[in-house]
Design a protein. Structure first.
Lengths: 321, 114
């Protein structure tokens, strides 16, 4: 297993005071809390920060950690020194197996995993061990906008911590085929009761899947509404036209009003993600000028300029011509 | 070892899912008193006047769970948790908005000045 430099993780010196450690921990915890941070590795960083704090905030654990010596570097191959981590040679720390599952192998090799003492003592706070639920698990599932629109079944691979017969934490791969109902939107969650971590009493926690919508080549979603750009020609804008617009249910005909301008938005009511009410599609017109590849092409633009000589698109800016 | 479970259908926590206070306490692992405090602080907004008639949407379940995590992990007090929840909601809305608006922006080109 790899050595973890808890001081480096919290960004403090080895002789940092308890206050320094607390300050550094609080700051990093706020920054990397999975509910707050959007960084991809926030969950892993938050776990690491918590583990470092768990050790460094407790003078006894910190002393034991320091006793490993300062010659180690983060990532060094680590094997606990003889005598370390054996029952009776050190205080047995009290973690529930669920808490222990949050810590690394490195942590467990020094401070132990879920202890019998903890489980026996848990009744003190008025809970029955056998009735205790496992921890809830959280995961993100990325789906396409098409999946969100039509509904889908997605396969999900999860590493789930499990407690074996000896009370040790084992990780096991699980594959779930989850039904994604039509009309789900980004940030919404699906709760799968009993699919979280197992509890010591046999009752599982729940699994919460948070929906993330993958970037789409045509649309951006905002709740159930979709936004898209629609390229049109100058004459379609000026004279009006009926053009085909793609929707998630196939193409529909959209009427472009006479005298439309670039940037103008049109709403296709009820053509967004399904629901009660269904979302809309907002279509923003974007006038695309044809290229000028020949003298004849340029001539056509010159004719246009001559026809609209008095037209000043920048009149409102106060600039002359 | 790999275990495959097929065809699981979960409960979608959206604005159409409604649960009572009993179910909320079970889902979140908290007491009814804690739910009352969260409602009193304006963190949760149930439908219905009396606690027994309260109905929470799926979105509120997510808020409640998030509030509990923030309070526990960052050692926030009630008012701080409520503020963090509101700000996080606002940030989520704004992020979505910005992503939508960004699609209308092309990358800039350096202009020639004369």
């Amino acid at each position: 297993m790899q050595y973890k430099d808890y001081y480096k993780i919290l960004g403090v010196a080895r002789d940092a005071s308890a206050d320094d450690i607390k300050r550094a921990y609080r700051k990093l915890a706020r920054k990397y809390h999975p509910d707050v941070s959007k960084e991809a590795d926030a969950e892993a960083r938050f776990k690491e920060i918590n583990e470092a704090n768990e050790v460094l905030k407790d003078p006894q654990k910190r002393a034991e950690y320091d006793a490993l010596g300062s010659g180690w570097h983060a990532g060094d191959e680590f094997r606990p020194p003889p005598g370390f981590g054996q029952r009776g040679t050190r205080r047995e720390y009290e973690f529930s197996p669920e808490e222990a599952a949050r810590f690394s192998d490195f942590f467990s090799s020094i401070f132990g995993g879920g202890s019998e003492a903890f489980r026996a003592g848990f009744g003190d706070i008025g809970d029955d061990v056998t009735g205790r639920r496992g921890m809830d698990q959280n995961a993100t599932i990325q789906i396409t906008l098409e999946d969100a629109h039509h509904g889908a079944t997605r396969q999900l691979r999860l590493e789930v911590p499990e407690i074996d017969a000896k009370g040790r934490i084992q990780s096991r791969a699980r594959t779930l085929n989850v039904r994604i109902p039509a009309g789900v939107t980004a940030g919404r969650q699906i709760r799968l009761a009993g699919q979280g971590s197992p509890g010591p009493g046999g009752k599982n926690g729940d699994l919460y899947l948070e929906i993330e919508i993958a970037p789409h080549p045509i649309y951006r979603s905002e709740g159930k509404d979709l936004h898209m750009k629609l390229p049109i020609s100058p004459w379609e804008a000026a004279l009006g036209a009926t053009v085909a617009v793609p929707t998630l249910d196939g193409s529909v005909n959209l009427k472009i009003p006479t005298g439309s301008q670039s940037g103008q938005r049109l709403r296709l009511k009820g053509r967004g993600l399904p629901g009660k009410p269904a979302g809309d599609i907002y279509v923003q017109l974007e006038i695309v000028n044809p290229p000028t590849n020949s003298d004849a092409d340029r001539g056509a633009y010159r004719d246009l300029a001559a026809r609209f000589e008095a037209f000043n698109p920048r009149a409102k800016l106060g600039a002359k011509s | 070892m790999t275990l495959t479970t097929t065809g699981i259908e979960g409960m979608v926590l959206d604005e159409h899912t409604l649960i009572g206070i009993g179910e909320l306490t079970k889902v979140c692992g908290i007491s009814t008193d804690e739910v009352r405090i969260m409602v009193g602080e304006g963190m949760l907004h149930p439908l219905g006047a009396e606690p027994l008639q309260w109905r929470f949407t799926g979105v509120e379940v997510r808020r409640a769970r998030r509030a509990l995590r923030l309070r526990h992990d960052l050692e926030l007090n009630l008012a701080g948790t409520a503020l963090a929840l509101d700000l996080l909601d606002e940030i989520e809305r704004l992020r979505e908005r910005v992503e939508c608006l960004e699609q209308y922006l092309d990358s800039p080109m350096d202009a020639d000045e004369r």
